[in-house]
Design a protein around this ligand. Structure first.
Ligand code: PMP
Length: 395
């Protein structure tokens, strides 16, 4: 046993939950993502997906992927910088820039590598990065990789954001990075106020639209568009792994910023480009989202219905304003029990425990897709109501 083995052998928490029969992770699905899936031989309603537009099983997207596989092969064997750029990568970048409302965009192989690559490449030791304390892990890693001085403000607390901005030397670059929709609790960043403070302190603003795309704004352009603030936000990132039914991510900004990132973002230059199939699938999903606004309408219809029903049943659902509905449990052990019991009752939801939240804020995350029916929502909520009552979390 090496010293490392000795240390890692003490990590017994997963085994502990396996022994209790409550380990909720890495369950295998044997088919397409949809509102009902088979997980390890068990039919469940899927309320743990990020595919808000409900598109991953759409035949048109699957066909677009197959066609790209036939035409371009399975992989690009290199980074965008060298041999890995296809015409469809460039077309998608143009389409995204136009859709988002920025000069240009760049596509990365995942959303995680957008945040972890873009943030450090923009900042020097003299600069500051300022984050909401609930920002996504990929923003946290971007902050950690950057040489800039890191400042954090309390979640959506605009007075605290202003206090952090006051700490910065006025002539330095101050980059504020924030989730547009917070991924675990479903609430929105206070963008109007963040934009006001950005101007007051001459800062730069980057918004993560991972959970806003396909959900908010005109034709799903995101939270910046929803607030009419796209022009005031300097960098907008998004991912293809949620509403765009694929994998990959992008950053959209003005020509000057994109020119810098194209030649300096390390996760763009030193990592292989997105596969032909995933690129073609994202393009087709982007086309469908714009041409079928009824999808977003259906998503909001079923979301508003679920919000009303959860409130009627007495669930604590926090400040969500999106298809992500947090059902607070406020106890780590009980959160695992809820997840297991819900699964037994035929409902898949995601447990959210530390470090994704504070120990007293644990919850299960219930997320909707445009393809969920009211009847499925009723079944899901009936099962969860039963489990939450049994465990005395709601009355
Ligand atoms: N930002 C946020 C807010 C996210 O929730 C995620 C994914 N969970 C990412 C970035 C990373 O995106 P991807 O899955 O494309 O790597």
């Amino acid at each position: 046993m090496s010293i490392l083995d000795d240390r890692l052998a003490k990590y017994t928490l997963p085994q502990h939950y396996m022994d209790l029969g409550m380990y909720p992770y890495f369950r295998e699905i044997d088919g397409k993502q949809g509102t009902e899936v088979n997980m390890g031989g068990h039919d469940v309603l899927m309320f743990g997906s990020n595919a808000y537009t409900g598109l991953p099983g759409d035949q048109r997207i699957i066909d677009a992927g197959i066609e790209a596989l036939q035409q371009y092969g399975s992989g690009c064997a290199g980074s965008r910088f060298l041999n890995g750029t296809l015409d469809i990568h460039v077309k998608l970048e143009k389409e995204l820039a136009e859709y988002i409302g920025k000069d240009e965009s760049l596509c990365f192989s995942t959303g995680f590598t957008v945040n972890s690559g873009v943030i450090p490449s923009l900042l020097t030791r003299e600069d500051y990065i300022i984050c909401d304390d609930r920002d996504h892990a990929s923003i946290v890693d971007g902050r950690r990789l950057s040489f800039a001085k890191a400042l954090k403000y309390k979640h959506n607390d605009m007075e605290d954001l202003e206090r952090q901005l006051q700490k910065c030397t006025p002539e330095s670059v101050k980059l504020i990075v924030v989730d547009g929709v917070f991924s675990m609790e479903g609430d929105l960043a206070n963008l109007p106020e963040i934009v006001r403070l950005k101007h007051k302190y001459n800062a730069v603003l980057m918004v993560d639209e991972a959970h806003g795309l396909g959900v908010f704004g005109r034709e799903g352009r995101g939270v910046c568009d929803h607030f009419g603030l796209t022009d005031q936000v300097d960098l907008i990132m998004g991912t293809f792994s949620k509403s765009l039914a694929s994998i990959g991510g992008f950053i959209a900004a003005n020509k000057t910023i994109i020119n810098w990132l194209r030649h300096n973002a390390r996760t763009y230059i030193f990592s292989a480009s997105a596969t032909p199939a995933s690129t073609a699938c994202a393009r087709e999903a982007l086309r469908i989202i714009q041409q079928e606004p009824e999808r977003i309408q259906a998503l909001w219809d079923v979301t508003n219905y679920a919000l009303k029903r959860f409130r009627e049943e007495g669930f604590e659902i926090g400040a969500t304003a999106s298809p992500i509905i947090p059902l607070y449990v406020r106890d780590v052990q009980k959160t695992f029990i809820v997840t297991k019991r819900a699964f037994d009752e035929g409902v898949f939801i995601n447990p959210v425990i530390p470090p994704a939240c504070a120990p007293q804020d644990t919850l299960v995350r219930f997320a909707l897709m445009a393809t969920h029916t009211h009847e499925q929502v009723d079944r899901g909520i009936a099962a969860l109501t039963k489990v939450f009552r049994e465990l005395d979390i709601i009355r």
